[in-house]
Write a protein that binds this ligand. Structure first.
Ligand code: SAM
Length: 322
């Protein structure tokens, strides 16, 4: 299949995100030893962009840790083999960073377009420090954009095709019974509403005990929202899902209407003030001179984190916003 202009444009948003993460690392906002390998030309971002990525990284990492720390008596014999499925993972380096930090990850599965997974597999295959994190005898195909290893799987898939996702489910040996965290960070919003809905339902149908976390835009209707839409549209990747789920309530409803027991959503302004560790927030606020307070607040009101949970075994009792 050939890659369309809009597919290329949405893949380029991943390069943008990766450059911004590296900018944050260099300024000391976040720790990541591996994102550097995925950036050819580093660009220093403005303080407001750095702060935005810090907030996004921080809340997503908090939820990831909550999942990794969670357990339930009903699922403890034998101990659970927790699974993470990252949809549209781009060049995310969480797997490598978490292994570096001594975390045990049983099955960390990433999918993206093959153009992206091929580049990712090529970088991983060429870097000893990444390769060694994969454990013994990883199978790497740079041509196919695939990695199958003991605890990490990278596979190409088009989220618009559920057969691709079914194939990933089998090849990555995902287990419907094991606790699963599904992540879609700045991904579903680029899909047609009927497609993102199908993905949300697919995940609910597949896993018994799971949380599905998304990070994405909200509020298309005010001046900032209009600007946000125009920006991405002019780059060739319109936010196709934004009018379908324009509010926190609609993000929650998408989960509860499609097989998830309960759901929550908060905008990044509340998350920054109420969910992120206050000491760490204080620390990063001293890293750079910052005077764009009005724009910062408005920007943060236009991004949110939402999640749906399915939980028969009280595994997710301590998961989610405070
Ligand atoms: N989740 C990563 C992060 O937060 O850094 C990357 C985010 S990037 C903004 C969006 C990613 O979604 C890109 O890597 C893009 O290729 C992927 N994506 C968008 N539509 C997709 C589709 N239909 N199938 C597979 N991947 C898709």
């Amino acid at each position: 299949a050939t890659t369309s202009g809009s597919e290329q444009a949405v893949q380029a948003t991943n390069d943008d995100a990766t450059i911004s993460k590296l900018s944050c690392v260099k300024k000391g906002y976040i720790s990541d030893d591996f994102v550097q390998f995925f950036v050819r030309r580093p660009i220093k971002r403005s303080p407001i962009i750095n702060r935005g990525y810090y907030a996004r990284w921080s809340v997503m990492r908090q939820l990831l840790f909550q999942f990794l720390d969670a357990d339930s008596p009903a699922l403890n014999d034998p101990p659970p083999r927790k699974q993470i499925l990252s949809l549209g993972a781009g060049f995310d380096t969480s797997f490598f960073q978490l292994v570096e930090e001594g975390r045990i990850l049983h099955n960390f599965v990433e999918v993206d377009f093959s153009e992206v997974t091929r580049k990712k597999a090529t970088v991983i295959g060429a870097k000893e420090v990444l390769l060694t994190k994969l454990g013994p005898e990883p199978k790497i195909s740079m041509v196919e954009g695939e990695i199958i290893s003991e605890h990490y799987t990278l596979l190409p898939a088009d989220l618009r095709d559920l057969k691709d996702l079914d194939r990933v489910f089998l090849r990555a040996t995902l287990d419907p019974k094991q606790p699963t965290l599904i992540i879609a960070e700045c991904v579903l919003i680029y899909l047609e509403p009927h497609v993102s809905r199908a993905v949300v339902k697919w995940a609910a149908d597949k896993f018994e005990t799971a949380a599905f976390v998304i990070y994405e835009q909200i509020h298309p209707d005010d001046a900032f929202g209009q600007q946000m839409l125009r920006n991405l549209e002019s780059r060739g990747c319109p936010l196709l899902g934004l009018h379908d789920t324009p509010t926190l309530e609609s993000k929650e409803k998408r989960f509860t209407e499609l097989g998830w027991q309960n759901a929550a959503a908060l905008d990044m302004d509340s998350i920054y003030h109420e969910q992120i560790n206050p000491l760490d927030r204080k620390r990063i606020e001293q890293l750079e001179i910052f005077d764009e307070f009005e724009e910062w607040n408005i920007m943060q009101e236009h991004y949110c984190v939402a999640y749906g949970v399915k939980d028969k075994n009280d595994f997710f009792l301590n998961f989610g916003f405070n």
